[in-house]
Design a protein around this ligand. Structure first.
Ligand code: OAD
Length: 234
């Protein structure tokens, strides 16, 4: 069985990273449009750099949780039959043990040079405009996808959705496109769909099955169920 799993901020919430749209969401006090658009970066690059520098630094203070670890266990059992695509820019899937993660909205711990197109792993701040490791120009920006920009690898995602048997969405509000449309694409092409989320989401009404609860409980339980049902040992 081929499975596509889409994750959002909810899977990292219990690790201590605030989600975007919940009551304690990260955007409180910051209108997302003031920090997550190319226009915002043109208008006030210092604000945008400070915002992402703080988020990058916060990664050092959090750890993957049982939901991330369970998905790594699923990858171990299914190999290439699991395609994990995340909207998250944190690295908790990798630190939880997943080896193949498609970051459709980019990665916090990466920088992109707008002069020479070089991409580099990046763990420190960018606000002081460090030189690009390739061309030495001070033109590195966070390697994240902002509103109005095209998410990474949409062709790959579409192919995986087309080829899968089951689509599972975990911890996402289903409000941001194109990710919010994956479930419609899956349903429209006859795939089984499941949602694991704390609350009702924008796409709860569209999935075949919706389970409500914290990711650290729902995801390990679903992985256990799947692996025992499929007769695959982890
Ligand atoms: P949101 O903050 O919009 O939604 C988080 C979802 O996780 C909500 O539906 C919550 O109910 C759920 N949730 C919260 N805690 C949970 C828990 N412990 N267990 C399970 N579910 C939980 O985050 P995303 O849907 O990821 O894009 O947001 C999508 C995109 O919007 C982000 O990637 C980002 C943002 O703007 C860009 O920056 C381009």
């Amino acid at each position: 069985m081929r499975i596509v799993v889409l994750t959002g901020a909810g899977i990292s919430a219990e690790s201590g990273l605030p989600t975007f749209r919940d009551a304690d969401g990260l955007w409180e006090g910051h209108d997302p449009m003031t920090v997550a658009t190319p226009e915002a970066y043109d208008d006030d690059p210092d604000l945008v750099h400070r915002f992402y520098d703080e988020r990058r630094a916060a990664l050092g203070r959090v750890r993957p949780n049982a939901a991330h670890v369970a998905l790594a266990r699923l990858e171990e059992a299914l190999g290439d039959d699991l395609y994990l695509v995340t909207q998250n820019i944190d690295d908790l899937h990798e630190r939880g043990g997943s080896r193949r993660v498609h970051h459709m909205h980019g990665r916090l711990r990466a920088a992109w040079c707008t002069t020479c197109d070089h991409r580099a792993s990046w763990h420190g701040p960018l606000r002081d405009r460090p030189p690009c490791p390739a061309c030495e120009r001070p033109t590195l920006r966070p390697d994240v996808v902002w509103f109005g920009e095209v998410p990474h690898g949409m062709d790959d995602i579409e192919r995986e959705l087309w080829e899968c048997d089951l689509f599972v969405s975990i911890g996402t509000s289903g409000l941001v496109y194109p990710a919010a449309a994956f479930v419609h694409y899956a349903v429209g092409n006859g795939k089984r769909t499941l949602e694991l989320n704390l609350d009702a989401s924008g796409t709860s009404g569209d999935v075949h099955e919706s389970r409500r609860g914290p990711a650290t409980e729902l995801v390990p339980a679903w992985v256990d169920e799947l692996l025992s049902g499929a007769g695959v040992t982890s």
